[in-house]
Design a protein around this ligand. Sequence first.
Ligand code: NAP
Length: 467
Amino acid sequence: MPIATVNPATGETLQTFEALGAEEIERRLAAAHAAFRSYRTTEFAERARLLNRAADLLESEQADIARTMTTEMGKPVAAARAEAAKCAKAMRWYAKHAAELLADEHPSRADAEDSGAGRAYTRYRPLGVVLAVMPWNFPLWQVVRFAAPALMAGNTGLLKHASNVPQTALYLGELFERAGYPQGCFQTLLIGSGAVEAILRDPRVAAATLTGSEPAGRSVAAVAGDEVKKTVLELGGSDPYIVMPSADVGRAARIAVTARVQNNGQSCIAAKRFIVHTDVYDAFTEEFTTRMAALTVGDPLDESTDVGPLATEQGRTDLEELVDDAVRRGATALCGGGRPEGDDRGWFFSPTVLMGITTDMRIHHEEAFGPVATVYRVTSADEAVRVANDTPFGLSSNVWTRDDGEVDLFVRDLEAGGVFFNGMTASHPALPFGGVKRSGYGRELAAHGIREFCNITTVWHGADPGE
Ligand code: NAP
């Protein structure tokens, strides 16, 4: 994929970039490694000062970077501003909490006595240079939710961002530099995916994190596995959104629209499969479809737009093929189903609701990365769980119910990294984020996220033999 800014609302190439050559990559690797040697010994207070400074800059530049993101990948500009604000908040959260999250841990008194150690504790030390391979869909947030904890833990970072968001990628590298981080602490590498393997195999790189598709994750994890390097993978999702009879159906239908079309439908944690109890199926589906059909599709820089274009032409082709396959095999489009009529510039796709899904349809097993919802009718909570789990993915899940017994059943049985009741899936710095099955492994955010790229070191002082 060429490294370029191509406006998805018009298809126009606005700027192209040369990929870094071998010499420049080497220079940046060396800088990242050298920076780690000293940065790892800095105090939490100093790291927090730098991260808060980066948050200040980001907040003051929110409007500009939001327009850049929208121009590069098509998200509605208000959502882009909200993304920048969320990043600043996460930076401040880690700046405030990292010291306590990474404080030495001491065993209980009973375990300490039992161990025979004079004194023993666990210390979280940084791992080193971490390579972050990131996607375009939340071009700031995906990076910041890695960078903020990794830098607070004392690691240094190299960012290989998606090739279609180079200006956002460059902005991120400069942001940390302007915040005053020592040279080499966080650098953007404008490179294609073919350059990732050699960097990951370099002995100066300790670990990698990848957010993106399953093939990309598999490829990076295979190389890292071969090198015995730690990885965190945040991959695709096809989250269920279950609506049971006790739910507030009107509210469930209203939130369902946002849960499906946020970020033009290109969110890993978007609700994609709507699994509705037969008692409320008609009411839910009618309200949901009416609202989906009423969304404004158009220029993402226009503040009144609900749904902008898909980020890439290939992404729209993939989505079209998924919908066409379902319709060919008997699904019905209650609304949408293809490109909107009119201006055919840009990579738009109409918000779509499909019913009559069967297991032979690709969309039943694959991720629909765009504003396309599938609706299933079920007759019990057990059947809802069966349908929900009938996917290779396991990122998050949503359940609408006011029945406590059902709450316990869904928490126990849904195969997902999150179960959100009576609301849509979201991420927050204080709560871990990640999936199971083909959605990846490891966690981001909260204590779990900051500890992923730490050397969890056991420190043991032998008991004085004279005691
Ligand atoms: P993608 O094609 O996998 O790209 C993601 C990143 O991986 C890009 O930087 C890409 O570089 C790079 N890449 C691709 N193939 C690679 C390879 N073989 N080796 C090394 N790097 C490689 O994914 P996408 O289309 O940008 O993003 C959509 C996917 O990301 C969806 O499946 C979505 O669900 C998932 N996602 C998951 C999460 C989560 O937290 N679980 C969050 C957001 C998105 P190039 O751009 O240069 O190809």
